[in-house]
Design a protein around this ligand. Structure first.
Ligand code: IRN
Ligand code: FE2
Length: 624
């Protein structure tokens, strides 16, 4: 394991791991109305303001924490046994599910008994659960009956991030412009319920993924990000995939999608699920395609259906399903610069053309809904016809598919199945807003989940940036989740550093959107950072940031000595010309002379400084 994912010493099993915590950080839990609602957060302890800046105590900062118990020093995780269950009791006490004796999908059963893959099998096989006959176990179904589940209460606490205690830091927050979203000052469990009932937010939480720490995706909540991982036919082992998942949540991934297409997809997914505290999404058509030897035309509804059940019983929380790619849409892509770039989309387009009939995903949609509600798997309706170039942005194929996705959303909602909608892709800045507006209108405000979008095609090697620009914009307009794009996009498979940079880049986009929308408390972290910056509290600046290690490294490159960490100037301007230092000098001067009016202080100060400057030269600020 890497430096960040530390092996546990001594008597514990060799597969036991901890994720390196962030500096000056501590894992805390906020308890809800019952003892088994324990909501994790990261508390960052800040140092005191230096004496000559006022010697204040700085309150701690609480930030959203996706890292699970891997950062809890009191919990040992053995990857072979999986995480402890957060939700098992909540699921059981609803009394609407039953434990099955074993997998009810043919493939799942076969993998469980196949001696050839026995060595890859997850050690602790758990029995799958399913809704009892006639029951619907989706969070949307409960919400629509007015039931507030423990999951909903958990989420309300999580979204608030102890804002009450951070009011001081949050003071002076800009109001923001949320384009008509209705973000409340305090998130209540009832608000969570009503948003889920309305279909404006989803809680991806399969009953077979009890290890999950509940989270929500919706435009009235914090903007979330997804990180993709997955082996391909060429590379990587199960252990590597689990490690990538841990790495992704360590840097702040809110959900992880397992896009594996190579060997042992079933086993890899089991290991990931049993060890993941965040929702796991998949694209089931990828595995279905593997089962028919990669020939799209050989796919059948029966094979697809069996794959859905197989994955639902393992605990996958949301499925990307490209049911919006209809036969009559395919010719609309003929004149495109880049055709169909979606993997799932191209598989379905090929199937439709080969059989010259309507897609089986579309014709069997209601049967898919029946499966989704028996396990509470959420739909992520795929954008199989998203534009793959600036040239193709917002064309008839893309918007034709979006209209179909709107139609399917309404069918899913008739079944109380939670639904979000996937979006583009490649879109220039000025054409992004209409994507959001059209999605809200067509899909009844179901959450939007976009891939970027990339705002230009000219920068291979920098597509985390070309796409984060689009992601920040669409997040501001109301997109609920942003699917990261790494700098290897269009070039190769991302390595660990690419994943880290991709996630941090998307945390920036999501947070920029939260600030712009005026999410309550979003600005607290910025305010804490700016205050630390003004007061030259270097350690705090590193620790408050999204990537403390990198910030520290960069600072060390210029000013490596420990003493520089308390220096009252920064490495950009040096001790002589630091603007922060100059304005503090002006403030001190005003206080010393008893000058109340800032403008007057500035004037008097400036006059004096100018005189001093002329007499002594530029060295007047050199008092360090
Ligand atoms: C997100 C929004 N639009 C597409 N995505 C992601 O792209 C989706 O969630 C999944 O991770 C991946 C699916 O790619 P294809 O099969 O559409 O290329
Ligand atoms: Fe692309």
């Amino acid at each position: 394991m890497s430096a960040v994912l530390k092996e546990q010493p001594a008597e514990s099993a060799a597969s036991s791991v901890k994720i390196d915590s962030y500096p000056a950080s501590e894992k805390i839990y906020v308890q809800g109305s019952r003892p088994d609602i324990q909501v994790p957060m990261r508390k960052i302890t800040l140092s005191d303001t230096p004496v000559h800046f006022g010697a204040e105590k700085n309150p701690p900062l609480y930030v959203y924490d996706t890292s699970g118990v891997y950062t809890d020093p009191n919990v040992d995780v053995d990857l072979k046994k999986g995480l402890r269950s957060v939700r098992a009791a909540w699921i059981a006490e609803r009394n609407d599910t039953e434990e099955l004796t074993g997998p009810s999908s043919e493939f799942g059963l076969q993998r469980l008994t196949d001696p050839a893959t026995a060595h890859l099998r997850f050690e602790h096989i758990r029995k799958p659960r399913r809704a009892k006959a006639g029951h619907n176990v989706s969070q949307m179904h409960y919400a629509r009956q007015g039931i507030i589940t423990p999951e909903m209460e958990y989420i309300a606490i999580r979204e608030n991030q102890k804002m009450e205690e951070m009011r001081e830091l949050w003071k002076g927050q800009h109001p923001g412009d949320s384009f008509g979203a209705s973000i409340p000052e305090v998130i209540t469990a009832e608000f969570v319920r009503s948003e889920v009932a309305r279909g404006r937010a989803i809680i991806p939480a399969n009953i077979n993924h009890p290890e999950l720490e509940p989270m929500i995706i919706g435009r009235n909540f914090l903007v979330k990000i997804n990180g993709n991982l997955g082996n391909s036919a060429v590379t990587s082992s199960i252990e590597e995939e689990v490690e990538k998942m841990l790495w992704g949540i360590r840097w702040g991934g809110d959900t992880i999608m397992d896009l594996s297409t190579g060997k042992n997809i079933h086993e890899t997914r089991e290991w990931i699920l049993r060890n993941s505290p965040v929702p796991i999404g998949t694209v089931p058509i990828y595995q279905a395609l593997e089962k028919v030897g990669g020939k799209a035309e050989a796919l059948t509804w029966e094979i697809f259906r069996d794959t859905l059940i197989e994955q639902a019983e393992q605990g996958v929380d949301y499925f990307t399903i490209h049911a919006g790619v209809r036969l009559h849409h395919v010719p609309l892509t003929a004149k495109r610069m880049t055709g169909i770039v979606s993997r799932g989309g191209s598989i379905m387009a090929k199937w439709c053309l080969a059989h010259h009939t309507e897609s089986f995903l579309y014709t069997h949609f209601e049967e898919i809904c029946e499966i989704m509600k028996a396990y509470d798997v959420s739909f992520s309706l795929g954008d199989g016809l998203r534009p793959g170039s600036i040239y193709d942005a917002n064309d008839a194929a893309q918007f034709g598919e979006l209209e179909t996705l709107g139609e399917l959303t309404k069918i899913a909602w008739q079944h109380d199945v939670q639904t979000m909608i996937e979006g583009p892709g490649h879109v220039p800045l000025h054409m992004i807003k209409v994507n959001m507006e059209k999605q809200l209108e067509e899909c009844g405000e179901a959450p939007f989940y976009t891939l970027g979008p990339l705002t230009t095609d000219i920068a291979p090697g920098y597509d985390h940036i070309t796409s984060a620009i689009g992601a920040a914009n669409i997040g501001w307009y109301g997109c609920a989740m942003l699917c990261y794009v790494t700098q290897k996009e269009h070039l190769g498979l991302p390595n660990k550093q690419d994943v880290r940079e991709g996630i941090v880049t998307y945390k920036i986009a999501a947070h920029a959107a939260d600030l712009a929308k005026g999410h309550p408390g979003a600005q607290a972290r910025d305010n804490a950072m700016s205050k630390a910056r003004f007061e030259f509290r270097w350690e705090d600046q590193f620790n408050i940031g999204l990537d403390p290690e990198k910030a520290r490294e960069f600072h060390d490159e210029t000013l490596p000595k420990e003493s520089a960490k308390v220096a009252h100037f920064c490495s950009m301007c040096g001790p002589h010309f630091c603007s922060m230092k100059i304005s503090q000098d002006v403030r001190d001067y005003a206080a010393a002379k008893g000058i109340e009016d800032a403008a007057e202080a500035l004037k008097t100060g400036m006059d004096e400084k100018s005189k001093q400057f002329l007499e002594e030269g530029a060295d007047i600020y050199h008092k360090v």
